[in-house]
Ligand binder design. Structure first.
Ligand code: NAD
Ligand code: GLY
Length: 358
């Protein structure tokens, strides 16, 4: 087991990474206060719920099983978690356990942030995407029909336990979607990691254990470092949203679940590369290199055919990075060097939208 620490003062916590961690007696239980409620979904419960319950030993624990899918990440479904907690008289000393991917993690985190004004929660991420990104950093929430992740809160978990053996049951499409968030770190702040990914992308797609362990650990280190400096996204943390302004528009406009989050981010990074090139920020070799890595992950570099410039602009206007009515984009000066920009020439963005929606 390797451990990455995230230093947030009193809200610091460990991110444990390794194989077989769910089965390690006491590892989860040591972070539970009085009693626990596992939140998971139908698919993940079949694989890992009994195992997790067994590993909790004598710790009092219940579970609530949600329907599976991004289309259920909404306020209506959250009520199932609150109801389960209330029916069993869970008090403020309880701990929620998110057992699943980013959907379960974000929903459980938000339930923990809001139940009785805030209780503890543990993240047990079971997708690559959740192990490298969503389980770390405390962004929690749900979607609204009019915008992605629009209802939420910052609420840090008390521990992240990333059991890499859970990735064995993940299908290839989900694995590739998770790679979108891995390569994102190379694009935004770490040219060496980007080069390592170019050399190791085939090993990652072949599920090589050592390569995957390194990719998960390096991603968590980068994310922890960014979140430590800017927990509530006043500046630097926005870089983690490279490709997401375009990607969130695709997810919301297509109907949640139609395109996976990671797929939308892949196309979104391709679009951010294009705008950056049009603005004279990156050169053609860097753009070509970036596009090649997205494609080698098996991710789309074009948005769905249904998307139009108007649809993009409608949803992008509701992005959480919009401040005082001004859209902010994450753009690239080079591989490994991203920046947040609000005063870019909007004709470049419009040219990108026309080009990709032709
Ligand atoms: P997901 O949670 O929907 O999981 C993908 C699918 O894999 C689901 O069908 C799930 O049931 C299944 N699954 C999960 N673990 C499995 C396993 N081990 N074996 C077999 N099947 C398994 O999707 P995701 O990609 O993990 O997460 C996407 C969500 O994360 C989006 O809602 C996105 O907005 C959010 N997100 C949040 C943050 C954050 O910082 N909070 C960051 C990135 C993404
Ligand atoms: N996934 C973006 C963030 O955590 O800020």
């Amino acid at each position: 087991m390797q451990t990455v620490s995230i230093d947030l003062g009193q809200r610091s916590y460990p991110i444990h990474i390794g194989r077989g961690l769910i089965d390690q007696q006491g590892l989860i239980a040591e972070h539970v206060r009085n009693r626990a409620m596992i939140v998971t979904n139908q698919t993940i419960a079949q694989h890992y719920l009994d195992q997790t319950l067994a590993s909790l030993g004598n710790t009092p624990c219940s579970s609530v099983i949600l329907p599976d899918g991004e289309s259920f990440k909404n306020v209506a479904e959250l009520d199932r978690i609150y109801s389960a907690l209330l029916k069993e008289n869970f008090d403020r000393g309880c701990t929620l356990i998110a057992l699943g991917g980013g959907v379960i993690g974000d929903m459980t985190g938000y339930a923990a942030a809001s139940y009785q004004r805030g209780v503890d929660f543990i993240q047990i991420p079971t997708t690559l995407l959740a192990q490298v990104d969503s389980s770390v950093g405390g962004k929690t929430g749900v979607n609204h029909a009019l915008g992605k992740n629009m209802i939420g809160a910052f609420h840090q978990p008390v521990a992240v336990i990333a059991d890499m053996s859970t990735l064995d049951t993940l299908d290839d499409r989900q694995l590739k979607a998770g790679l979108a968030e891995v390569i994102k770190y190379g694009f935004i702040v770490d040219a060496d990691f980007f080069a390592w990914l170019e050399d190791n992308i085939d090993a990652l797609l072949a599920r090589d254990t050592q390569a995957t362990a390194y990719a998960v650990k390096r991603s968590c280190e980068i994310k922890a470092h960014v979140v430590e400096q800017d927990e509530h996204e006043h500046g630097l943390r926005a870089l983690l949203n490279l490709g997401h302004t375009f990607g969130h528009a695709i997810e919301a406009a297509m109907g949640y679940g139609e395109w996976l989050h990671g797929e939308a981010v892949g196309a979104g990074i391709a679009m951010a590369l294009d705008t950056s090139k049009r603005l004279g920020m990156i050169d053609e070799p860097a753009q070509t290199r970036g596009l090649a890595l997205i494609q080698r992950c098996g991710l789309p570099v074009q948005p769905p055919k249904k998307m139009t410039p108007e649809l993009f602009l409608k949803y992008m206007a509701r992005d959480k990075k919009v401040s005082a009515g001004t859209l902010r984009l994450i753009l690239l000066n080079d591989i490994g060097h991203a920046c947040v920009s609000s005063d870019f020439d909007h004709s470049a963005l419009h040219a990108t939208l026309r080009h990709f929606c032709a």
